[in-house]
Write a new protein. Structure first.
Length: 128
């Protein structure tokens, strides 16, 4: 009999404001379908974050910005075996915008402006 193992992936990216300045007070958390937190990270001084050890599958990923006037967001998305680069753009007037692409491996999530989506980015819609 063969054991089925979930592949481990990484979610990485950055958090910037609408002027493309890094947001260092950001907290990113990942919840599984049962609502359990399976990973979390704080943005560093450049607004970058990385969450390793995430099994491939469907997750709720939340951005919280305590102590700021920026608005966070929660999105539902899949995490493929090659990982997920997820970039957030935050504003004081509207919920955060998440832009993502597959392919998060150590150092491969080059920051892009979430407003442009980058060359390979795709806008990830938030649940209504």
């Amino acid at each position: 009999m063969f054991a089925v193992q979930a592949r481990s992936a990484e979610i990485a990216g950055s958090v910037t404001d609408t002027q493309n300045h890094p947001v260092t007070s950001a907290h990113v958390s990942v919840k599984d379908q049962a609502g359990n937190v399976v990973g979390k990270a704080d943005a560093d001084t450049n607004g970058h974050y990385s969450i390793a050890g995430i099994a491939t599958g469907e997750y709720g990923i939340s951005l919280a910005l305590p102590g700021t006037k920026y608005q966070g967001q929660t999105i539902e998305t899949g995490v493929p075996p090659e990982g997920l680069c997820l970039y957030w753009m935050v504003s004081q007037s509207t919920s955060a915008l998440a832009t993502g692409r597959p392919g998060a491996r150590a150092g491969t999530c080059t920051p892009v402006s979430a407003s442009t989506g980058g060359a390979t980015g795709a806008s990830v819609p938030a649940p209504s």
